[in-house]
Structure formats: C-alpha cells, structure tokens
Design a protein around this ligand. Structure first.
Ligand SMILES: [Zn+2]
Length: 417
C-alpha cells in the first residue's frame, strides 16, 4: 500500500491503518492520498480513480459512474444540468448491473478488508448495498455474511450468474427494520476474522462513493456549483464533499466546493429536522418521533437510518456547513412525479431514492437556480427495470431466518461456520 495515510480531521493526527474505522475522538477518519493530483488509470470501471481509492489491488468489475450533459430534463427545468448516472444503461456505457451506486462502495471495501487479512465481510442492508456486496462477493469469492430485514430480502439478486457460494444471507423477520439488521450484524462482526463493512466510518466506502463527484468533475473539466443527492445515512453527501476537497487541492477543477443539496424522504427526516433548527445533534423524540411508523410510510425506505453520521466530526453537519448546503424534505407524491418526469425526459428508469433527488432538483429550480450555475444530479440508481427485461437475475436465498436482532449467537454460528 503506502499510497495513502489515515488522518483524523478532528486532531489532524495520522492514524495507522489496521482496517481502522474509528478515531478515539469519534471523528470520521479520512484517507489522505500521496497523489495530490488525480491521474486516470487504465483499469476496469471505477478503478480509473485508483489514485484516490484506499486499496493496493483492484477488482475486475466494469461498474462506474457515467456523467453526461442532460438535454431533456435540463430544458424542462431551464438549467445547466449534468446527470451522474449510476446503474445499467448500455447505450451510455453504464454497466453497473446491481443498478445502484452501492456498487461503487463494495469493490474498494472488499479489497481493503482482504488486504488487511479479513476472512469474511459482515454487513446489514435494506437491499441495495447487500445486492452490491453480494455481487462483488460472487465475483471475487470473498465470503460475505449479510443481514437483511425480511421484507427486503427480495432485493437480493445477482445479475447474470448464480450467487457465489460464500454468501450467507440472514433474514430478520417480524417488523424488523434496517436498524435491527445493523444491530445483529454488529454482533456478528465482533466474531474473530469478521470484517465489519463499517458504514460511513469506512474510508473505502466513502471514497468509493466519492468517485461520483470525481467522474462529474473530470467529465465537466471543473467541479459543479450545485450537487443534488438523496440521503438516508448521508454518507454519499459526506463522500461528495470529501471528494470535492481533493479536487480543490488538485488545483485543476476549481477553488470553490460544490454546494450540497441533500434530500430526505418524508415523513422520516431526522437530519432535515435537526438541520432546520441549526442543531448538530439529532434529538430522537423531536426529530424522528414514531420512527418505525414513519419509515413504513416512506416512498423509499432505503433512505431510512435511525443513526446517521450527522453530528459526528467530519459528518453530514460539517459537510453542509462547509458547502453552505441545503436540505430538502420530499413527499411520496413529489417523488413519484419526479420519477415520471425524469424517465420521460431522459429515457431511463430510476430507483426510488434517485426519484427523491430529482424531486429536490425540481423544488430548487422552481425557486430559481441562478443562470450560469452548473448543476450535477446524482442518479444513485437506475436502469433496473431495463435490466430485468434484458439480463437474467438469480435470487439469493436466506440460509437462516431469525425473529429479531437478539437471536442466540449459536444459531448464527451454525450457518456461517
Ligand atoms: Zn480523532
């Protein structure tokens, strides 16, 4: 390795990398890359951004963001718009067959875990992340234990081939949500040899997602003025901010950080509620009362996270402050209308979280986006309906179904041994 060091943004101190996810002070550790300027590499997919990814090897996977200048939606909204598309869209060269930008997190995360001696990766997911990691596990052979709420298990499929033998899917049933799945996966991750995916704390996940901003800036030859994305944990927003700081230091892509426009899906909007009151801390009773009920009412439940990295040093709050960001609350009706609008104007289907981002962009342009501002819309997932028509997919079947996160560890050990 040696192409990067880990640094705590709180203290500025260097932290040795033993697949390290935490700093004592609680801030999100960052990777600082030796290469101050980005050189595009002739490697598969997202690995063209190898210089700014925390792994010494790479995977042989074609998935990468495709940024293009919008015509249809841009004209409709009267703005200068680029779409950063993550998903399946063969005519545009988009070959992310799990159809979401989670496929940018999985490759560097699995490589980093493997290079640090991990035996298996453990993660919880409401669907799209699990699918991306399961696909990468299938390709690389790296074992994966994945915990998914029962109602989301159907989202776990592998495009174009049978699921890898190393995938152990555990379904948590009976009204459990994403946070319950996280609690169980944390218990499993404490077992020897198990590598937690680390969520927002893992530099590999954040810098993988940060390649969306890199691709946009490289395509546009400068950073955008405005960047739109839907958020559940907000990690994608943090990743975009960190990537833009690297681009600023690079010197060739502009000196001003893009303004973050982050969209939550009503009625579950804890970060929006805290942000509106200028608070760094989320107060659960106030910002997410009746969390389970609100989550059940969401249009896009993958955007639910009851413990987002919001107030933590280097987290969403800091990203929003530093970029003079704006946050949005999007209703189901707005998201549904935005999905239709995007599909009609751009000609590809999009996933619910991406529709939430489009709705935020519609809101912003109705209020008026200044002429001359360059806008990037992160379509975090798309082309899935198209893929389902063109590519055979294979369902991943659970090896175990448990009633809740407190299941006895012996039950788990039986199936993952
Ligand atoms: Zn620290």
């Amino acid at each position: 390795m040696g192409s990067y060091t880990l640094v705590c943004p709180g203290s500025g101190k260097t932290v040795p990398d033993h697949y390290t996810l935490n700093c004592d002070c609680g801030s999100l550790i960052r990777a600082e890359y030796t290469a101050r300027q980005l050189t595009l590499r002739n490697l598969p997919g997202m690995w063209k951004f190898y210089d700014w990814l925390p792994a010494s090897g790479h995977t042989d996977t074609p998935g990468a963001t495709v940024t293009y200048k919008s015509e249809g939606l841009a004209k409709e909204l009267g703005i200068d718009l680029h779409v950063a598309f993550n998903g399946y869209w063969p005519e545009r060269g988009a070959d992310m067959k799990t159809c979401s930008f989670k496929e940018l997190e999985a490759p560097p995360t699995i490589m980093r875990a493997k290079e640090h001696g991990g035996k298996a990766m453990v993660l919880a997911s409401a669907g799209n992340t699990a699918r991306a990691f399961a696909y990468l596990s299938t390709i690389t052979g790296f074992p994966l234990i994945v915990v998914v709420p029962k109602q989301n298990v159907e989202r776990l499929w592998i495009p174009g081939r049978e699921p890898g033998e190393g995938i152990k899917l555990i379904s948590v049933g009976g009204g459990c949500d994403y946070t319950d799945a996280i609690n169980l996966s944390n218990r499993i991750a404490a077992l020897p040899g198990m590598m937690p995916e680390g969520g927002a704390k893992n530099v590999a996940r954040r810098d993988g997602m940060g390649t969306v901003m890199l691709d946009a800036a490289v395509t546009m030859k400068e950073m955008p003025d405005d960047y739109f994305q839907a958020i559940g944990s907000g990690t994608g927003g943090i990743a975009a901010w960190e990537a833009s700081m690297r681009l600023r230091d690079d010197g060739r892509f502009g000196a001003r950080l893009p303004r973050l426009h982050l969209a939550q899906n009503l009625p579950f909007v804890p970060m929006l509620n805290a942000w509106k009151e200028g608070r760094r801390n989320i107060i659960p009773e106030r910002d997410m009362p009746d969390a389970k009920k609100s989550i059940a009412e969401m249009y896009s439940d993958v955007l639910s996270n009851r413990t987002p990295p919001y107030g933590v040093g280097g987290g969403v709050f800091d990203a929003m402050k530093d970029t003079d960001g704006l946050m949005y609350g999007i209703t189901r009706e707005e998201a549904v209308a935005a999905k239709k609008l995007f599909e009609a104007r751009e000609g590809i289907d999009i996933l619910p979280p991406a529709a939430v981002a489009v709705a935020a962009l519609v809101q912003a342009s109705e209020k008026g986006i200044q002429k001359g501002r360059k806008v990037v819309l992160n379509i975090t997932g798309g082309g899935q309906e198209r893929l389902m028509r063109e590519v055979p997919v294979h369902q991943v079947e659970p090896v175990l179904e448990v009633p809740g996160p407190d299941v006895a560890m012996e039950e788990i050990l039986k199936v993952i041994a």
